[in-house]
Design a binder for this molecule. Sequence first.
Ligand code: ATP
Ligand code: MG
Length: 417
Amino acid sequence: MNGPQGKLDVPEAVSAIARKLQDRGYDTWAVGGAIRDALLGESRGDWDLATAAPPDAVRKLFRPSYPVGIQFGTVAVRGIDGQVYEVTTFRRDIETDGRHAVVEYAETLDEDLARRDFTINAIAYDPLEHKYHDPFSGWQDLQSKVLRCVGTPATRFAEDYLRVLRGLRFAGRFGLEIEPSTWKALTDAVGNLPRLSGERVREEIVKVMAAAAPSAGLALYRDSGALAVLLPELSRLGASGWEMLLATIDRLPGHRQHLRQVALLAPVGPAVEETMKRLRFSNAELRDVQALSGALEVPLPDADARAGRRWLREVGPERARDTLRLHFAGERASGERQAERIRLAAVARQLLGVLRRREPVTLADLAIDGNDLKELGLRPGPEFGRILDLCLDAVIDDPEMNEHERLIEYARNRIER
Ligand code: ATP
Ligand code: MG
């Protein structure tokens, strides 16, 4: 068999945990995503261990340790490096309803690997002997860039429909071809995705968006039909609108996840509140998407300071930079002509200049406030707001107007008696 070769760079703390368990006679392996990623040359901190030791034995052997998902047999153990590693007792699925699996402890590593979703996630590594155990040829699939279910695809998806989304995510992230029978079963299963909770779907979408280039995973969401089921609001986009959306998201940096989220969800339009609530996004995330989608609708100003101040007033100075980032990404995505790009850069320079010089663009920037209007004999009410807005108009036109005395005078002349 064509198995993986070579030592993996396993943290000493992981080997130490494995050694302690092995010394007590418990078969113990490193498993899952960390092996996959290490074989691909990506390093990561979260190594998981699978062991024949029952959870109680793990808890006794390692202090401090605490149960994280005791119903799943997972114990969190603090390694000698201070990091926390998950040690999970071998298990097998005994019953499933498509939403979550009921598991029981198993005797052997083979049983444990058989319940894993994809062959690339079912490779085990012995960090002491530097041996692999790869009964489903996950290494071969990794090398030939194939995503394949462990076992019979239709059965595996029916056990847990989250695997549909996990599969799309892994295929997108690693550029894998989905093997035909896995793909057939996956597309047959997409109709069951609404049975997953909104939280789990959201978590998956967020993970797709965290890839270096989310477009690959998102394209698979669309091609498989998952998008039409989970985000029908977006599947209505035409082919060119969708391509633009993907290209825009790829051009937003990964460390600005919230902007990617805005780019993805802004095209939903007025229904975005319902969509984001369905997927259990937080209210703060909803407000962020709504505010920035609104800001994107405000046409960009000409490259002069006065127009810039007007735009900043409407968009809100605190949202200006993010709005510009979204415009830049959209523009690079569309491959706009160079003239357009130069124009956007000039506009951005103007706007940033206004912000840097702290020119007045909001009511809070005015050199007068409500108390001053009261002193002018005005009672709080709609007239208050009208006068302050007029003052803001005036200082946006001419920032030199933003002096206490001048504005008091200006306001006094505009009060209707
Ligand atoms: P990443 O954390 O980078 O998203 P991962 O492979 O580590 O990828 P986890 O969700 O952390 O994914 O799960 C760890 C391992 O547990 C997986 O590699 C896989 O072997 C197994 N696993 C996780 N979820 C499922 C599932 N729904 N069905 C079957 N096996 C699963
Ligand atoms: Mg993981």
